[in-house]
Design a protein around this ligand. Structure first.
Ligand SMILES: [Zn+2]
Length: 245
């Protein structure tokens, strides 16, 4: 469909690693660019369906910048996104090098929401947890790491209260939840590690890294699956399998 190589024209521009290569598709020149794809969950080659860019200057001319908006279509899965590349002459990193800010609409996703979240939302007993998890993903996808981490802590607390009722304080809830044996001894330590990150964000102004957040998500999703998803699946499985004679 797309003829690259011999039909490739000249490189249009290469700015901040966003390489644009005009190619020909069915006789029409199509610019392409590497960009993040929310469906493929990685960087992929995209067709640039439309582009609009603007330059600006401050009133005294001391600061300038530019905004570029690209309507993109992934060449792998054909999903559509808008990319905004913003540059300002004041934006320099710690080594003094200029950089651009790249935003995607819808926001770029590195971690897909599990399909079983739908099961949580549609069950009366777990709908609050499902809603909370969906909001955590909004924070995750919009790089609001502190709010997402606090949300994880709130989700863990709502799981504990659902299992052992509210014991009056967070510490008492943890103790009762552990004592009731809802999770294994190994999982206890893991759960406490996730809770500690949330505590540090709320009480010690800790700014969680992307890796911290990913680890907390792994932990809380593992616990939700253990307590709410796997038992349900195991029930359905045992009903399907013929009984021994
Ligand atoms: Zn894709």
């Amino acid at each position: 469909m797309y003829q690259q190589g011999s039909s490739r024209l000249t490189i249009n521009w290469d700015r901040e690693s966003h390489l644009h290569l005009p190619t020909r598709a069915l006789g029409k020149v199509v610019k392409t660019t590497k960009a993040h794809c929310n469906q493929c969950l990685d960087s992929r080659q995209h067709d640039v369906l439309h582009s609009h860019s603007e330059k600006w200057n401050s009133n005294d001319g001391g600061i300038c910048g530019s905004d570029e908006y690209d309507l993109l279509r992934c060449r792998g899965c054909e999903s559509i996104a808008v990319r905004h590349i913003a540059w300002c002459s004041e934006d320099i990193d710690e080594l003094g090098a200029p950089y651009s800010t790249v935003l995607y609409y819808p926001p770029s996703i590195s971690r897909p929401m599990p399909r079983w979240v739908h099961d949580l939302v549609t069950s009366e007993a777990t709908s609050l947890m499902g809603d909370l998890l969906q909001e955590i993903y909004v924070g995750l996808q919009n790089n609001i790491a502190s709010l997402a981490t606090m949300g994880i802590r709130a989700l863990i607390e709502s799981i504990m209260i659902e299992k052992i009722d509210d014991q009056g304080s967070f510490a008492e809830n943890i103790n009762a939840f552990m004592a009731a044996g809802h999770i294994s001894k190994d999982q206890e330590g893991i759960l406490k590690a996730a809770l500690e990150v949330g505590h540090a964000v709320i009480h010690r102004s800790y700014s969680p890294s992307k890796d911290d957040l990913e680890t907390c998500m792994d932990i809380v999703e593992g616990i939700v699956e253990t307590l709410y998803i796997h038992p349900h699946k195991a029930d359905k499985l045992s009903q399907k399998v013929p009984r021994r004679k």
